[in-house]
Ligand binder design. Structure first.
Ligand code: 13P
Length: 329
């Protein structure tokens, strides 16, 4: 999953989220249009050079690709590992106004067994932590960390590698100092719960946010500062046994997500692979280019291949604005 030069495509949007994304580019959201776009991305020529695996949504893992094969088999044929999102979303947390806890533990053992049969070899669970004036509460961090660890243990029991995603959202006016403080508290709680629940750290991938200034903060940290702060924090809290860290993009632009990852890899000196598991930063441009037009499919695939290549370069610390342009030419 985190082989050098490669990363993961997160294509596991729920039907509600995917519908919003498709409708924003004028495409009606149906099970077939969702399948079509995802198959379009995954059949991009050469994409396996930079993409190791694809996180699927429950609907997609049960669908059939246009060549008649089950979707996970179609991926495998192309050299891509199938993964599955297994949480059922972030819901309001009792007695914690404005905070959320991710659900999906009920029946998870049985669901994992079925997903394994369907071809999934890794899974994803996303916890959502929001920064606000008095948020997050330690209670919210703790219950989310506990659920992430329960999910991870069940995955490992089923022979499925867990992607552990505690996302501290970048939305808000907060400073980068505050993002760092909350990300540290969150990651400490997560690793403490993983250890309590006997999760093998060498059999998981961490999917964290980068340490960024809040989207609406007047003082925006630059690329080098984001990279330095993120690396310093991870070095403090992530055990060496973890084989890989695959960042989420979280609403960063395509270019920012590549630039930050590249700056961290250029610095290096860390015990884990520093990779990507981007959703929006890999899909937004190809989706817009496609916009449901058959005539634009080849161009959409080129746009996707381009982003995958840029992030492949970032994995080696070689992504620059010049490379962004050269590869686009
Ligand atoms: P983004 O890269 O768009 O944040 O999506 C990653 C993801 O998997 C969110 O759960």
């Amino acid at each position: 999953m985190v082989a050098p030069g490669k990363g993961v495509l997160a294509a596991d949007e729920s039907n509600a989220t995917m519908s919003k994304r498709l409708e924003a580019v004028g495409v009606e959201s149906t099970d077939q249009s969702r399948l079509h776009f995802r198959e379009l991305l995954c059949s991009t020529p050469g994409v396996e050079e930079h993409i190791s695996g694809v996180i699927l949504y429950d609907e997609t893992i049960r669908q059939t690709a246009s060549d008649g094969r089950p979707f996970p088999e179609f991926l495998q044929e192309r050299g891509l590992i199938a993964g599955i999102k297994v949480d059922t979303g972030a819901k309001a947390l009792a007695f914690a106004e404005g905070e959320k806890v991710t659900e999906g533990l009920d029946g998870l053992r049985e669901r994992l067994e079925e997903y394994h049969e369907l071809g999934a070899r890794f899974a994803k669970w996303r916890a959502v932590i929001e920064i606000g004036d008095d948020l997050p509460s330690p209670y919210c961090i703790d219950v989310n960390a506990h659920a992430l660890a329960r999910y991870s243990a069940l995955c490992q029991e089923a022979g499925i590698a867990p992607i552990v995603e505690p996302e501290v959202l970048m939305d808000g006016k907060h400073t980068i100092d505050r993002a760092e403080e909350i990300t540290e508290a969150t990651l400490r709680a997560v690793f403490s719960a993983l250890s309590d629940q006997r999760v093998a750290l060498d059999g998981m991938v961490l999917k964290p946010n980068m340490v960024l200034s809040g989207t609406d903060c007047s003082d925006q940290a630059d690329i080098d500062e984001v990279a330095a702060r993120t690396l310093a924090l991870l070095t403090k809290v992530v055990p060496e046994e973890v084989p890989g860290i695959a960042f989420l993009s979280g609403g960063q632009s395509d270019e920012q997500a590549s630039a930050h990852l590249s700056a961290m890899n250029a610095t290096g000196g860390v015990p884990w692979e520093l990779s990507f598991s981007y959703g929006r930063a890999l899909q937004a441009t190809p989706l817009k280019v496609w916009s449901g037009e058959e005539a634009s499919e080849a161009k959409a695939q080129e746009a996707f291949a381009h982003r995958a290549r840029c992030n492949g370069e970032a994995r080696h610390g070689r992504y620059t604005a010049e490379i962004e342009q050269a590869l686009a030419a």
